[in-house]
Design a protein around this ligand. Structure first.
Ligand SMILES: Nc1ncnc2c1ncn2[C@@H]1O[C@H](COP(=O)(O)OP(=O)(O)OP(=O)(O)O)[C@@H](O)[C@H]1O
Ligand SMILES: O=P(O)(O)OC[C@@]1(O)O[C@H](CO)[C@@H](O)[C@@H]1O
Length: 328
């Protein structure tokens, strides 16, 4: 199986603080705290490694607190291609309440510059034609909004495929590039940010995703939290529901879904199987804290349980619910 490369420009140590209920503006006493090396691309690499995929992690890492990342890479045999930069990788605080509500406080990380970008581009010279590169997460201050798009172009020149999970101005740059990525996974909010309007209506959301696919992105996935996710390709459009609802931290569920998409792209799975794989990865990751999958058999069992429906039926179902609401 060919190697998957992940790129994380702004990694983070995730500090998950558990408490019964967050009272904003008051003194809150936590009941537990845990730390996980994270950041979107690192989470993708970690989950893919659990699935048995050969992974190389690229990106930037603060030299002062690299140890937890190095331990993760060693434990999962992830090739460490992260460039060390001066200072610390940021710590992001995730406040987890008893009912499962999570509040993210994502801090700014170390700053970066064009020199870092050039070094990263050089490091990506090891990517071979036909391999998959997953670029995820925010960019450190100091990099131009075009940084992600430039790295994508660099590996596309080499004949690699690109799966992008970025938002805001970097997403706009990626979608304005002459060569589009092979796959993207915005969540609803990120896609709304790009189109510049609400996509609360299912038909609108599906039309926006289909329009991106029609522009030449082979796989467009819009994740919808507890509603599941919409998958669009030249095979059609399907919606997959979560296998079961989780009341734990959902941090990294999207990254597990991206890892599932990456494994499906590497294996060349058709659309419905891709939807099942990605949804099963998210469900499997949600069973435990941290960016990890349980055993392959457990993931396969979840994969077999994923319910999928044609996007057209999903849209019609919302119409029926609205009609019933009007009548009552
Ligand atoms: N509370 C939940 N219970 C069960 N499954 C969930 C829940 N939240 C998310 N999921 C699953 O995870 C997938 C991805 O979640 P989501 O849409 O929240 O991604 P995201 O916004 O990219 O998340 P993040 O940035 O926190 O990783 C969903 O499509 C769904 O299958
Ligand atoms: O600030 P970004 O780069 O947008 O997101 C960072 C982050 O929230 O993403 C992961 C969950 O998806 C976490 O591990 C990490 O803290």
């Amino acid at each position: 199986m060919s190697r998957v490369h992940t790129v994380t420009l702004n990694p983070a140590i995730d500090q998950t603080v558990s408490l019964p209920h967050l009272a904003v503006g008051e003194v809150n006493r936590a009941t537990a705290v845990r730390h996980d090396p994270g950041g979107k691309g690192i989470n993708v690499a970690s989950v893919l490694a659990d699935w048995g995929v050969s992974v190389a992690a690229h990106g930037l890492l603060g030299r002062a607190n690299a140890a937890p990342f190095e331990a993760l890479f060693a434990q999962k045999s992830i090739a460490d291609r992260m460039l060390r930069v001066a200072g610390e990788t940021r710590t992001n605080v995730k406040i987890l309440e008893e009912d499962g509500r999570t509040t993210d406080l994502n801090l700014p990380g170390f700053p970066a510059d064009e020199g870092h970008l050039a070094a990263l581009a050089e490091g990506l010279g090891s990517v071979a034609a036909g391999e998959l590169v997953v670029i995820s997460g925010s960019q450190p201050a100091g990099l131009p909004a075009s940084a992600t798009a430039r790295l994508a172009a660099r590996v596309q020149e080499r004949g690699a495929r690109v799966l992008c999970d970025v938002s805001g101005a970097p997403l706009a740059e990626v979608l304005a590039a002459p060569v589009l990525p092979d796959a993207i996974k915005p969540n609803r909010h990120e896609l709304e940010g790009w189109v510049g309007r609400s996509l609360a209506d299912r038909a609108d959301l599906a039309a926006a995703a289909a329009a991106l696919a029609a522009r030449g992105i082979a796989l467009v996935v819009v994740s919808l939290g507890t509603e599941g996710a919409l998958f669009v390709s030249s095979d059609g459009a399907v919606v997959a529901r979560p296998v079961q609802l989780s009341r734990g931290s959902t941090v990294g569920a999207g990254d597990a879904m991206v890892a599932g998409l990456a494994s499906a792209l590497v294996e060349g799975l058709p659309l419905r199987a891709t939807a099942a794989r990605a949804t099963a990865f998210a469900a499997a990751k949600l069973q435990n804290p941290g960016p990890h999958l349980p055993g392959v058999d457990q993931v396969r069992a979840l994969e077999a349980r994923v319910e999928r429906m044609a996007a057209a039926d999903w849209i019609r179902a919302a119409g029926r619910t609205a009609d019933q609401g009007e009548r009552t």
